[in-house]
Design a protein around this ligand. Structure first.
Ligand code: GLN
Length: 303
């Protein structure tokens, strides 16, 4: 089926789910988003983009940022980060404290909040400006020089961030942070608060479908590193529903509580879908339905 037709099928499949589920009300400013929006963009490895619905409306990328910070750290220093973070699915909620304590401050994987804080901490040590380094990568790859972090979303997450502080303090108590808790959390909420559309995110993620090659032809990750980042996305990118997600969609993906999901189909391209209402594990319910249909009706799949 042509991409345009598969996109339409995806939108139809998602329609009953749009607006159903919960907004991420624990970040107060995300509770104000209209839950009835839906957009999807498909970017192919040659840079061609197809869109449907609200694909040009910016939303809060939240945990989708965690793939990009991991890529930047791996690009800078290869395998070293795995001394501080694991790469097993957690089977626990993304903001869980229990497992982190039981496992002596070594987060299960880089895509739950604890692991992402360690990755951001490392990027901060390496670059001196973790969220700015990420923002610049997003600007270059999406082609939109005005990509910015939304200060209102960042402030809102800080104010309501008791659990994030608790996770960061636990990491620090086990000696798994290099910067101060406040410094790491400031960078982390700024990275999560980046505001981007489906079209921009799909373009920004294309290097993951292109063996690590950026839009200017330079190599961010080696093909081997890219394969590995995608493997961790497949097993850990959608938290405690990664198994169900792999069953239904079957490609590496990363979700965020802003309602976005970025899915990588190696050598083909990237799909980004957004609809703000979330299912029980914190991934967009309509986004899951859309990607399920898209990978079913197009030949964009890895299995
Ligand atoms: N900023 C959010 C948090 O720390 C990101 C969570 C997510 O998107 N799953 O809770």
């Amino acid at each position: 089926m042509e991409i345009e037709d598969a996109l339409r099928r995806a939108q139809e499949a998602a329609a009953p789910e749009v607006g159903r589920g919960q907004l991420a009300t624990y970040i107060p400013s995300l509770a104000n988003v209209d839950p009835h929006q839906f957009g999807m963009a498909i970017a192919s490895v040659d840079g061609e983009v197809h869109v449907i619905g609200d694909a040009d409306v910016p939303f809060s990328v939240q945990s989708i940022s965690k793939v990009f910070t991991l890529a930047l750290v791996v690009a800078a220093e290869g395998e070293a980060i795995w001394k501080r973070v694991g790469r097993e699915p957690s089977g626990s909620p993304f903001n869980s404290l229990l497992q982190l304590d039981q496992e002596a401050g070594r987060p299960r994987n880089p895509f739950i909040n604890a692991g992402a804080l360690v990755v951001t901490d490392r990027l901060q040590s390496l670059s001196g400006d973790a969220s700015g380094t990420l923002r610049d990568l997003m600007r270059r790859e999406s082609g939109r020089s005005s990509v910015e972090s939304d200060p209102e979303v960042a402030r809102s997450e800080l104010e309501a961030g008791h659990r994030t502080y608790a996770v960061a303090h636990l990491l620090a108590s086990y000696g798994n942070l290099e910067s101060t808790v406040d410094e790491v959390i400031d960078q982390y909420v700024a990275q999560c608060a980046l505001s981007m559309s489906c079209r921009e995110l799909a373009l920004a993620g294309l290097f993951l479908a292109r063996d690590g090659v950026l839009s200017d032809g330079s190599q961010l990750l080696s093909p081997r590193e890219t394969k590995r980042v995608n493997a961790v996305m497949l097993t850990c990118g959608t938290y405690d529903s990664a198994g169900e997600f792999a069953y239904r969609v079957g490609v590496p993906a990363k979700s965020g509580v802003g309602g976005g999901i970025l899915a990588v189909i190696p050598d083909r391209g990237v799909a980004c879908v957004w609809s703000p209402a979330l299912g029980p594990s914190g991934s967009s319910a309509a986004g899951l339905a859309a990607l399920d249909a898209f990978t079913t009706y197009s030949d964009w799949t890895v299995f």
